[in-house]
Design a protein around this ligand. Structure first.
Ligand code: B4P
Length: 194
């Protein structure tokens, strides 16, 4: 199964991705986790992306694609993937679609998690207090949401036009959201090539 998960910050993208991995036995690819690991290791990549991540801006497309593309191909060969946080711009989506088609690893479905903005801010500021992620501070969260509206929301139409989009209500508890996610993905289980 090959799934793309797109959602505003705080909607439970990373949370639900881990549950999808557990249920369907596919590989989790989180661009955000990759960048945080590079930052924690103070690598060359980590030093370059830090200013973008901590201010809530997007990392430049070429750096993202370089990191994600080989992992997507490897994961598809190993049985499938859930892409968590990628693509996030129209140009990432276009390049990803061409590459995936060339390699025969295109996504089966794009899940779009939706939640009220006030709830998103509440969840992330709670995580900020618990984990101290700098990009979860309220001011940065509001900037990340603005970036999401401007840069990522156009992907809604991109995937809708291609018949890949499935919207999921991300309000409620994590278990309630998982039930809706699984309800959507289970329907694809009998599709060819799954
Ligand atoms: P991400 O790591 O993708 O950031 P995120 O949107 O915060 O997702 P996360 O998975 O952590 O949070 P979730 O909603 O699950 O990216 C971080 C940064 O990396 C970006 O800002 C950007 O700079 C860079 N980046 C990443 N990918 C990029 C790309 N493709 N292009 C360019 N730049 C890129 O969970 C949030 C909180 O809510 C958690 O504490 C969770 O426990 C809680 N929660 C979840 N579901 C809940 C529920 N139902 N009820 C209550 N709480 C819930």
């Amino acid at each position: 199964m090959r799934v793309v998960l797109i959602a505003p910050p705080g909607s439970g993208k990373g949370t639900q991705a881990l549950r999808i991995v557990e249920r369907y036995g596919i590989t989790h690819i989180s661009s955000g986790d990759m960048f945080r690991e590079e930052m924690a290791g103070d690598t060359w990549v980590g030093r370059r992306v830090r200013e973008f991540v901590e201010s809530g801006d997007l990392v430049p497309d070429d750096m993202v694609l370089e990191m994600v593309a080989p992992r997507v191909i490897a994961a598809a060969e190993a049985g499938g993937y859930v892409l968590d946080g990628f693509p996030r711009t129209l140009s990432q989506a276009q390049v990803a679609q061409e590459l995936a088609a060339d390699w025969g690893v295109s996504a089966h479905v794009v899940l779009w998690l939706q939640a009220d903005e006030a709830e998103l801010v509440r969840r992330l500021t709670r995580r900020s207090a618990a984990e101290g992620r700098r990009d979860d501070e309220e001011e940065v969260v509001r900037h990340r949401l603005a970036v999401f509206h401007e840069k990522t929301e156009p992907l809604l139409e991109f995937y809708e036009d291609r018949g890949l989009l499935a919207r999921v209500d991300a309000m409620g508890t994590m278990d309630e959201v998982s039930e809706r996610v699984f309800g959507t993905l289970d329907a694809f289980r009998d599709a060819p090539d799954f």
